[in-house]
Structure formats: C-alpha cells, structure tokens
Write a protein that binds this ligand. Structure first.
Ligand SMILES: [Cu+2]
Length: 590
C-alpha cells in the first residue's frame, strides 16, 4: 500500500490517481478538477495547466480577502454563554470547508481509505470553550470523500472512541439492553451498495471490533459508486443510539462526481462548497447538551429519550452562525440538513434566487429557480447562487420555517460579497443539465400502503411506528429484485416525518389528503394518480428522503434493480428512528 503524494507543480489540489484497467489513468483533484492522463509518469513529468492557478489573476484580490475580519475581543468573550443563544455573537467565525479524505492506492490499483472515529475537542465558536465531540478522523464534519462515478473504493471505518458515551443513553430502546454503550456502524446515505456495506443498524462494532452486532460481517466496506453523481453523506446508524452518535458529530459528506457533469461548466474548484446545517445546544461550559428525559418528562426510566429535541444554536460545517466571504460570481452549494429533528426553510434575505441544479442523488433535467425551499432532516439540495449583482453587500441565509421558535434560529449564515474577482467567472447554469428517465409507475409490480402512526410504550412514552410494527417484528417489506414498487406513506400525525429508504433512489409521485374513503375493505390505499398534488418543483429529481405531509398520503415509486439482501427504511427524525420508527427492508432474489 503506498500513499500517493500530492504534487505541488500539478497544484496542491491533486490528491489521487485512479487506475482504470491499465488503459488510462484518471487524475482526480480534491477541488473537482478532473484531468484525463495517459499515465502517472506523464503527470509527474508534464503537469497539466491547472484551472485555478495558485497565483490569482487579479493581484489586488489578496488585499481584500486576506485581511482579518474579527479582532479578538476579550470583553465579549466573557459575556458569551454557550447555553444562552442571545449572548452568542453571530457571524464571527469563517465557514470552514471540510478537507477531502486522502486515500491510499493498493498494489492492485484499489483506492483504500482508513477513517477513524475519535473523541476530540472542537471549537464551535470563537468565544466558546472547546467542546468534546466525536468525529470521523477527529473532524466535525468528517472529511469529505470525493469519488468519480463507478470507481470502486474501500473504506475501513474504525471505532477509536472511548468506552463511555458522551451523551445520556436510554437503555429501554431497541438494541440497547445487551450491547456496549459505545457502538458504531457507518451508513453511506444515498448509496447503491451491497447490503454487507450498507451499515445495517445491527452490524455495529465497538472500539477495535472487540464486540460486534449479530449482523456484523466485515471490517472493510466496499462502495462501487455505480450510480449517477450526487450529494451523499455518511453518518452513524448504530441501533438505538443513532441520534446520539450523529449529534456527537459522526457525519460527513460523500460526493460522487459524474463525468457527464464536467461538460456543463458549473462552478467548481474553490467555488463549489458543501454546507452541512445542524442545530445543537450547549451547556455553559461549552459541552454538548442533550436532554436525559422524554417529552413530556417521565419519572422512570431516566435517562429517557426525548421524541423531539431541537437545538438552539445553528451550526454550519461545525461553526456556530458562520460567515463566508465570496467573490461577486456564481458559487455551487450542496446543502445538507444533518439535524436530528429540525426542518429548515431557507431563503436569502435580499430576495436573491437559488438556482437549483440537483436533488440528493443527481442533477435535475433543467434548473429550477427558487426563492425558498424546505429541507427536512437528511434532505440535500444542489444549487447555485449568483453573487455577481451584489458586490460589497452582505446577504444572510435565513431560516423562515415557523417552528419551533428560538432566538437566532431564523439565521443560518452570512455571505459577505467582495468587490473583486480572483479569476473571471466563466461558469454557467445551463438550461439542459442531465438526461432523466422517469420511472414509469404503471410498470409497478406492487403497491404498499404503509402507515405512520404512534402508540404508547410500557412507560407511558410516545412510541413512533411504521405500519403499526416495531423494529423487531419480522420483515414485511420484501420487494423482489428488478421490480418497481409504489409505496403510499400514510402520515396520521399532525407534523411531517422525513422517510428514508436505503439502497434505492425514488421519485415522488405526489401527495393527497386522506379520509377513510381513500382505503378499500382491506385497508389498501385506492391510488388514483390524477388525484395527487404533484411534488414541489424542487422535489422532482431522484430522492432518497421524502417529506410526508401530515394527514396526507405521500406516494413514491422506486425500482429495486441491483442488489438483494438486508436493508432498512425509517423516519430520519433520529429520535424517531431509534424509538421505533424503523423497519427492515429485504430485497429478494428474482
Ligand atoms: Cu418521524
């Protein structure tokens, strides 16, 4: 195994080389610049001209962008209480962009990543004391994994965490009674992947694999990346404690780059930035706060998981209410809501438009121009903002979602638009983005009516269920390989739940309020496509999470076309997923 060095003369951006059947090698940069080459030797002898040279074209750029923005203010530091968001100054930390994970290249030409989960101290805010968190490679968010479509990679996810959990464990939830408190398993959210590498909740492992769950089968996960380019993310999925592990920091981006995308001339390199939004809460000493009781509280058991927990501090890429200095040009942002519960409705405060180019799992056919959009937990959107008309202005990315209110929660981050360009902006937002073949719902082999409802558990707490069944009940969703299915998600609650199906990408057919009349004598939903309200314009592409509206049926269609085996589907409100809104999904052989 050798580590491929980055080479300054090709640009520090270049991270690794991919061998493709010895016919050609692909040089793939960390910043999205893909250069085809004949051999590694060729690159080393004759570096290609980089798209973004190290020296800026406009030398005056540096004066504007490299000045310090916020001076240390000792007086302010004393007044800041991390437990009280009203005392926390906004937009004092620059947005950080997670670094790109560096793989090793094996003798067989395979790309191999070794990623360790570690407990580290992290600064969420300039004036907060350091906070103990759990991070992949000790980073919050974890390092971004960038891979070209169809290039096979291997990842060894290693648990190097302490034996005691950072946060209160509820030992009454599924999978928590006879397992070590600190256990992890990594799910690559949005991946078309074999079941052995999907991160099944019961395939968990403790530190150094000392204890493993009954579904554990391997230390090294394999990802073929055989799917369209998209904005995936990896996060913890361990049974019964997913909400705690993700909240503690175990989440990161995974971007699949599509060669078809390169011809589009979208903003790239330093002008393409992933943005992970989370809400967190802190104690006065800067440690992470997570409640130890249910909503409403119970006297026994304690700790009890809450069924909702909203943080009161917005964290973007690991920084509380950061700012980003941008040039007056187009930028591409891939925005992920990695919060446990909170949904956001995002808007720019000066009325500027978002130009959506993609959903979770790929580019749209045509861009969609939006002035706001909702992101439920785990949803992603791929969009371009053009700052060229706003030279010298400050623009706030706002959250206009109505609930639940908290001081400052209406603010996400600030863009400070400079007056000068470092390089001319030659990027475009083409009208034709990516060809898209819709799944034909008339070809569905099966329809399933699946209810989202609640009951009460032994201790009088709310228990959330899918189709009236708990996690441990035998599998009921068993699609056959190479069939199309339509799922009707019937939300009986008075609030939305984001439903995520592993393995497949789906399309939203539409939604419809329901009454008893909508179901036949067997309880099956009577599906009339013409009666549906179509999906919102920003939901029309490939999805892996859908907002199921309260008191409505949300119909989705999907093709189980590549892998068989054990997967899951669940609510992505992590407090619900852990208790007990998750069900097995088993894809059967033809
Ligand atoms: Cu839910």
């Amino acid at each position: 195994m050798i580590t491929i060095p980055s080479r300054k003369s090709v640009l520090e951006h270049i991270i690794f080389y991919v061998t493709q059947k010895n016919t050609a090698k692909v040089c793939f940069s960390a910043k999205g610049v893909i250069i085809l080459i004949e051999s590694l030797e060729e690159v080393l002898k004759d570096p290609k001209e980089p798209k973004y040279p190290l020296e800026p074209i406009d030398p005056t750029w540096q004066e504007e962008y490299e000045k310090p923005c916020v001076e240390e203010n000792e007086e302010l530091k004393i007044k800041v209480n991390p437990a009280d968001p009203t005392t926390v100054p906004k937009f004092v930390d620059p947005l950080t962009v997670p670094s790109v994970a560096k793989p090793m290249l094996s003798d067989k030409g395979e790309l191999f990543y070794n990623i360790e989960m570690k407990e580290v101290k992290h600064k969420f805010h300039k004036y907060f004391p350091p906070t103990m968190v759990w991070g992949y490679n000790g980073m919050c968010p974890g390092p971004t994994i960038e891979v070209p479509k169809d290039v096979h990679i291997k990842v060894k996810w290693q648990n190097k965490l302490p034996l005691k959990h950072l946060l209160p464990i509820d030992h009454t939830l599924h999978g928590t009674m006879d397992t070590p408190d600190v256990r992890t398993v990594v799910h690559l959210h949005g991946a078309n992947v074999e079941d052995h590498s999907d991160g099944y909740p019961e395939a968990w492992f403790s530190r150094d694999y000392k204890f493993v769950g009954h579904k554990f089968n391997r230390e090294v996960y394999e990802y073929t990346n055989h799917q369209a380019g998209g904005t995936l993310w990896y996060h913890d999925h361990a049974i019964g404690i997913t909400r705690l592990n993700v909240y503690a920091g175990l989440a990161g981006f995974y971007l699949i780059r599509d060669f078809l995308e390169q011809r589009l001339n979208l903003p790239d390199g330093p002008y393409e930035i992933p943005i992970m939004i989370q809400d967190k809460a802190f104690n006065e000493d800067g440690s992470l706060f997570y409640p130890d009781n249910a909503t409403p509280p119970v006297s026994n058991p304690v700790p009890s998981t809450p069924s909702f927990f909203f943080g009161n501090i917005i964290v973007v890429n690991g920084k509380a209410w950061p700012y980003l200095e941008v040039e007056p040009r187009k930028y591409r942002f891939r925005i992920l809501n990695a919060s446990n519960v909170r949904a956001y409705e995002l808007k720019l405060n000066n009325g500027a438009m978002f130009h959506q180019i993609g959903t979770e799992l790929g580019l749209l056919q045509h861009p969609v121009h939006l002035d706001s959009f909702i992101l439920e937990p785990a949803e992603r959107i791929d969009l371009v903002i053009d700052f060229s008309k706003y030279k010298g202005q400050e623009i706030i990315l706002e959250n206009v979602a109505p609930a639940p209110p908290s001081p400052g929660i209406e603010l996400i981050m600030k863009f400070k638009v400079g007056k000068r360009l470092k390089y001319p902006d030659k990027s475009t937002i083409p009208h034709e983005l990516m060809p898209h073949h819709k799944i034909d719902p008339s070809q569905a082999a099966k329809e399933r009516t699946l209810h989202l409802d609640e009951t009460e558990d032994h201790y009088g707490r709310v228990l959330h269920l899918l189709n009236y069944k708990q996690w441990d009940a035998p599998v009921t969703e068993t699609p056959t390989l190479d069939t199309i299915e339509i799922w009707h998600l019937v939300n009986h609650f008075d609030f939305p739940h984001p439903i995520h199906v592993h393995l497949v990408h789906f399309e939203i057919l539409g939604r419809k309020p329901f009454t008893d009349e909508d179901f036949d004598e067997y309880g099956n939903y009577k599906f009339y496509p013409e009666k549906l309200t179509p999906p919102l314009e920003y939901e029309t592409g490939r999805k892996d999470v859908v907002r199921t509206e309260p008191q409505q049926v949300t119909s989705i269609v999907m093709h189980f076309k590549e892998h068989v085996g054990d997967y899951v589907w669940h609510c992505h409100i992590l407090e619900h997923e852990d208790n007990d809104m998750m069900r097995p999904l088993k894809v059967l052989e033809k």
